[in-house]
Design a protein around this ligand. Structure first.
Ligand SMILES: Cc1cc2nc3c(=O)[nH]c(=O)nc-3n(C[C@H](O)[C@H](O)[C@H](O)COP(=O)(O)OP(=O)(O)OC[C@H]3O[C@@H](n4cnc5c(N)ncnc54)[C@H](O)[C@@H]3O)c2cc1C
Length: 385
């Protein structure tokens, strides 16, 4: 189907400013108390106590119904909270995935009993989720997944391996994509089902996979005869191809998709000082203008979500442009800083920031959908393939 690319001209409403100030004040207090270092961690670390404080503030499940512990506020208010946490590099791993995508999936596809049990725990910051989609041999092509769920009495028995599973070593639950039937002849995407998985079940083994900088962010998760109750099926059996793709739309549209190396830009501005040379001033101006444009596009996507639209194509464009921008930032900043005074103290901390950002940069255009896959989606939306 040919779609036009359309970005509604959305602005953050004035009311969001008060919320932004509250969030900034909270984060400044936490930084001052030594809870986290805003110049470290890629995409925020894991800190259950911190997540609980965020939950107590009412900033998890911000848009969700009150009956599930949510706060019935707008997507644009959630945008502001996400932006402030990401810019500060706050440790949000304990709640961010559940808040962004697992909770909305449960609200759509889980039964009421599960929603009433799990969603309030997510909102209080006490329940961490991971996403079990990728497998060895099935990353971009999710529909090649082989990990099997076979009927066993009233429930299901799971066998197989997931990989690159972020936060599985902390998570209380996974939303997993498992094969329940072979692909159909006329639809190779048929035959996969989404399940809620309690990560404490016997038969689940989580093995660490380290990043090249030594960080432990993702894992291999092995399932050996894991028994899951029938009530933990999410949505329709064999029909996950529709559900998993709507989950990806939540995953791709937020400010976290271009702010993961933002601290490098802040470091560069500090390093070049109040009177940068012409080259430095022009370079910073260019980066800030690009960032501003990305932000306008991302706010627009969130405004469209708020209006009940499904901006899948526009979300993919923001993710593609955003991750390329944040990935290129460390090299551009190094280039612009090349002629600055190497003696300053700022220079040393800037080099540390650069080293860290350079090491994590390769993953940015892979996680959440690789550049090539996003461009395929965009091309299809434009009727080019
Ligand atoms: C930091 C990080 C965290 C992650 N967290 C999770 C997680 O929590 N849960 C989870 O399930 N997964 C997670 N992933 C996995 C991620 O979704 C996959 O790595 C990604 O989908 C790519 O799959 P792959 O690694 O199997 O590569 P492949 O799919 O084998 O791709 C290899 C290369 O081929 C290209 N390619 C593949 N197919 C096509 C095509 N049809 N057309 C053009 N080019 C193509 C890709 O763009 C890529 O460059 C994470 C990955 C990273 C880096």
């Amino acid at each position: 189907m040919v779609q036009n690319i359309h970005f509604d001209p959305v602005r953050l409403p004035r009311e969001t400013q008060t919320l932004r100030e509250e969030v900034r004040e909270f984060l400044a207090e936490e930084i001052a108390a030594g809870t986290f270092n805003p110049q470290r961690e890629s995409g925020g670390g894991f800190d259950r106590e911190f997540s609980q404080k965020v939950g107590a503030k009412g900033w998890i499940g911000l848009t969700w119904p009150k009956k599930y512990g949510g706060h019935e506020r707008s997507f644009l208010e959630r945008y502001v909270v996400t932006e402030e946490f990401r810019v500060a590099n706050a440790p949000t791993r304990g709640h961010f995935v559940a808040d962004r995508q697992s909770g909305p999936v449960l609200m759509k596809y889980a039964n009421e009993e599960i929603c009433m049990d799990v969603l309030p725990r997510i909102c209080s910051g006490t329940c961490c989720f991971c996403i079990g989609m990728s497998e060895p041999g099935s990353g971009s092509d999710l529909f090649a997944a082989k990990t099997k769920a076979e009927k066993s009495g009233d429930g299901w028995r799971i066998n197989g391996t997931k990989v690159w599973t972020s936060s599985a070593h902390y998570a209380d639950y996974m939303i997993g994509l498992f094969r329940t039937s072979p692909p159909a002849q006329d639809n190779r995407r048929h035959g996969l089902t989404q399940f809620l998985v309690d990560m404490t079940l016997p038969g689940i083994t989580v093995n660490p996979v380290l990043q090249m900088n030594g960080d432990h962010e993702f894992n291999e998760v092995v399932f050996e005869d894991v028994s899951i109750p029938g009530t933990f099926v999410l949505g329709e059996v064999d029909m996950a191809w529709k559900q998993a793709t709507s989950e990806l739309a939540y995953e791709r549209s937020g400010p976290e998709r271009f702010l993961e190396t933002f601290y490098v830009l802040v470091g560069l501005v500090r390093l070049l000082g109040e009177n940068p040379d012409l080259r430095g001033a022009e370079g910073i101006g260019r980066l800030v203008a690009q960032l501003h444009t990305l932000r306008r596009m991302s706010v627009s996507v969130n405004g469209m979500l708020q209006a009940g639209k499904e901006p899948v194509l526009e979300g993919s464009i923001v993710k593609d442009l955003g991750t390329l921008w944040e990935q290129a930032l460390p090299a551009k900043a190094r280039d612009l800083a090349a002629f600055s005074d190497p003696q300053t103290a700022n220079r040393i901390s800037f080099e540390e920031l650069l080293e860290y950002a350079t090491m994590i940069a390769p993953k940015l255009t892979i996680q959440g959908g690789s550049t090539e896959i996003l461009r395929g989606i965009i091309a299809r939306g434009l009727g080019l393939r």
